[in-house]
Design a protein around this ligand. Structure first.
Ligand code: 5GP
Length: 110
């Protein structure tokens, strides 16, 4: 079980900013920007590469929630990040979208 499943199950606390039947959003414990929120599907999918066609609507909803969180946080410009696999920086193996904002950002991210 991942740490995010424990947050969904309320086994460990999190600063939750949005919740509905299918998705949860909470502040990252180690923020990389003034606003750093993680949006996750409640149904556990390990990573983008593990999605199946039946997950398309759910992950579309997760992207919609990311948009809603950005609006809620009054972010005009923001970055969405999804790390896929350890080599890409993924450390929690429950698919999540990082919503980062509140500071200027560079491209490429490095
Ligand atoms: P990843 O590196 O997998 O793309 O992102 C995982 C994120 O989860 C990291 O930014 C990390 O700070 C965050 N994180 C890890 N454990 C916890 C936790 O227990 N609570 C919260 N709120 N965030 C966590």
């Amino acid at each position: 079980m991942t740490i995010f499943q424990k947050i969904i199950d309320r086994e460990i606390p999190a600063d939750i900013v949005y919740e509905d039947d299918d998705a949860l959003a909470f502040r990252d414990v180690n923020p990389q920007a003034p606003v750093h929120v993680l949006v996750i599907p409640k149904h556990p999918i390990v990573k983008v590469a593990d999605m199946t066609a039946t997950d398309k609507e759910l992950i579309g909803h997760v992207m919609w929630v990311a948009r809603e969180v950005a609006a809620q946080e009054k972010l005009e410009d923001f970055r969405l990040v999804v790390n896929n696999g350890a080599g890409a920086g993924q450390t929690v193996f429950h698919l999540h979208v990082h919503v980062l904002g509140g500071r200027g950002m560079q491209w490429p991210p490095g």
